[in-house]
Design a protein around this ligand. Structure first.
Ligand code: AVI
Length: 313
């Protein structure tokens, strides 16, 4: 049977406009490159959101209406470095909650749990291992109020219709009065945004190129990395950063595990990622269309990034 990666690569490279979903950036090498990207001077996103949690934890706590114990369910928690700041503040203010990070990987969750417990042993952590689609429906059966977290501008990596469908899926398991906090990167000076994805050290380029390396390693492909180039473009009208790998010549690549060859024309593009930037109106509209109203917004001092707190109607 074909793996998800095999199916997605075949689908993407057989399409008239070639693409590979950006979720495949994150193998071990990709994870390491992404960690480095987050420390780049140009990549303001992580720092901006970190500042929000560092400086506005008390205000976030004050915006939570829960009168009894509640669950904090985090989708895509990563290493929890931002979330633990918030959890510590909520705990120090005497709020009673259980932190329930959701991830497909048990190993990631174990690591995350020990990070949180080492940072603040009083926090109760109850990880949920599995696919979002399997886990979410079970959550609606516990009657505790819930705060969902979907941070880090991860929502920006979905196409607009997919983002709406994903939020709708979360909304469907929520009860009236439950909350969802979404981290979104805001539209700002185009040069600043473009630089975050076109860094001087070429880390984002390697992050993209790693997709080719990953296909070589895992699927027995024979991509010649010198025959592809990274290209990124920000469209300030739509708020879309689109990343691509460009074929530098007419070439044919064989992928052994797929028993197939794929032709690339000179200058043909493989779309690798959308990193969407939002404005206020789009945020309000997305909230409204998925059954929420915007309760409060938390921004960093430069107003680069927002953690938008939505209440389920
Ligand atoms: C994970 N995600 C929000 C990052 C972004 O900014 O779209 C991934 C990334 N791609 C290039 N640099 C960082």
């Amino acid at each position: 049977m074909r793996s998800g990666f095999q199916k997605d690569v075949d689908k993407g490279l057989s399409s008239p406009k070639k693409f590979i979903p950006s979720k495949y950036f994150y193998d071990q090498v990709g994870d390491r490159i992404f960690q480095k990207i987050m420390s780049l001077p140009e990549y303001y996103l992580s720092r901006s959101e970190y500042k929000i949690f560092e400086e506005q934890g008390v205000e976030i706590a004050q915006a939570l209406p829960f009168k009894s114990a509640f669950d904090i369910v985090e989708l895509g928690a990563g290493d929890g470095s931002k979330t633990k700041l918030l959890l510590k503040t909520l705990n120090a203010l005497g709020l009673e909650f259980t932190y329930r990070p959701v991830d497909i990987s048990k190993a990631v969750l174990e690591q995350l749990k020990s990070n949180i417990v080492a940072f603040c042993p009083e926090i109760s952590v109850d990880p949920l291992a599995g696919d979002y689609f399997d886990i979410l429906p079970h959550l609606s059966t516990t009657d505790k109020p819930k705060l969902f977290l979907f941070l880090g501008s991860n929502v920006g990596n979905f196409q607009p219709a997919e983002a709406e469908a994903f939020i709708q899926m979360i909304s469907n398991v929520m009860h009236s009065g439950d909350l969802l906090m979404i981290g979104m990167d805001l539209q700002k000076r185009p040069q600043l945004i473009e630089k975050a994805y076109n860094d001087s050290q070429g880390l984002t380029a390697s992050f993209n190129m790693n997709l080719l390396q990953r296909m070589n390693k895992e699927l027995g492909a024979n991509f010649d990395l010198d025959q592809f180039e990274f290209y990124v473009h920000y469209d300030p009208v739509r708020g879309f950063v689109n990343s691509f790998l460009v074929s530098l010549e007419d070439q044919e690549v064989e992928i052994l595990r797929l028993n197939k060859s794929y032709k690339f024309r000179e200058n043909e593009l493989i779309h690798t990622e959308l990193s969407r930037k939002f404005n206020e109106e789009q945020i309000e509209r997305l909230a409204f269309r998925t059954g929420f109203f915007v309760r409060k917004e938390f921004m960093d001092p430069d107003h680069y990034f927002v953690d938008s707190l939505w209440e389920k109607v």
